[in-house]
Design a protein around this ligand. Structure first.
Ligand SMILES: Nc1ncnc2c1ncn2[C@@H]1O[C@H](COP(=O)(O)OP(=O)(O)OP(=O)(O)O)[C@@H](O)[C@H]1O
Ligand SMILES: [Mg+2]
Length: 277
């Protein structure tokens, strides 16, 4: 699904401008990471792209259509093709994991099938396969309130993998996971999008994950796009500048210093100063 915004402003209750003239065009099948300091507007942007928030000004187009110009049924159909992963997965605590995963297809199933699946899970094998991709197959029949925050987050990812949407919007989908699992889950989202030709836009706290997995990285600061580049063209200076209000070094998994690998040393300065205070 192609996504485009033009001159997008979002003013939140209280008057804060969370997005400020954002212009972004994402082609179908592209994979884009959104990075930036806390409060930069990453969640706001993803919510506007997912039609959860209506922009105050400017345009958003999803596959050429203005979602806010669609009739209710059209908007519902569009939303069924979007899969959202939230930082804190909004899962009913008493729901079983299998039901939570199968709910990924509620928007595209006929009503009878959705209701039947709530009463008795109809596609246990499918749910198990999606959970296995995030290393959680053994928790299939557990209740959601028996899971840790990181496990719940992975249920949210499994749900979107099961849904198979045209557009995946993932808001800090691995913020509660340890570095190895985070890498695996971000990898799985990328592989899924790539295999199906789906579009993936993910906000990430860890800059190293964004640079490793995504062909395109958008840096956001104070509601504005600071840069929009392939990782190979992103410099230390850009990253330090992006996070200047938050910390002296760009955040990474485990707070390790950012190490740019050999494929990223085509920049003019070969010998890098360590990023430190
Ligand atoms: N419901 C709200 N009402 C008013 N202001 C809000 C609301 N939600 C967010 N904001 C403000 O909007 C700005 C952008 O918030 P947003 O959640 O998009 O940032 P973020 O980049 O996702 O940050 P984080 O990395 O902490 O998740 C922040 O300054 C925040 O304080
Ligand atoms: Mg956020």
């Amino acid at each position: 699904m192609d996504v485009a915004t033009h001159d997008l402003d979002l003013v939140l209750p209280g008057g804060h401008r969370a997005l400020d003239r954002v212009a972004l065009a994402v082609a179908r099948g592209e994979r884009v990471a959104v990075i930036g300091p806390s409060g930069a507007g990453k969640t706001s942007l993803l919510r506007v792209l997912g039609t959860g928030l209506r922009p105050t000004r400017g345009e958003v187009a999803l596959r050429g259509a203005d979602p806010w110009g669609l009739a209710r049924a059209g908007l519902r159909r569009l939303r069924a093709r979007i899969g959202a992963v939230y930082q804190a997965a909004p899962l009913p605590p008493r729901q079983r994991v299998v039901t939570a995963v199968l709910a990924g297809r509620l928007g595209s199933w006929p009503i009878w099938k959705g209701l039947a699946s709530l009463a008795y899970p109809l596609d246990i094998a499918g749910a198990r396969a999606s959970l296995a991709r995030v290393d959680l197959a053994e928790r299939l029949f557990d209740r959601c309130d028996r899971l840790s925050g990181g496990q719940l987050q992975r249920v949210g990812v499994a749900r979107v993998l099961y849904q198979g949407p045209d557009l995946i919007l993932a808001d800090e989908p691995v913020s509660s996971l340890d570095p190895q699992l985070a890498d695996r889950v971000v990898g799985e989202l990328n592989r899924d999008a790539q295999a199906r030709g789906a579009t993936l836009v993910a906000s990430l706290h860890a800059v190293d994950l964004a640079l490793r997995w995504f062909p395109r990285v958008v840096g956001i600061r104070a509601g504005q796009v600071a840069f929009d580049l392939p990782p190979v063209r992103i410099t230390d200076a850009m990253l330090t500048d992006l996070y200047a209000t938050e910390s002296a070094v760009p955040p990474t998994q485990d707070n390790r210093l950012l190490e740019l690998d050999a494929s990223r040393t085509r920049r003019p300065v070969e010998v890098r100063q360590p990023l430190c205070r």
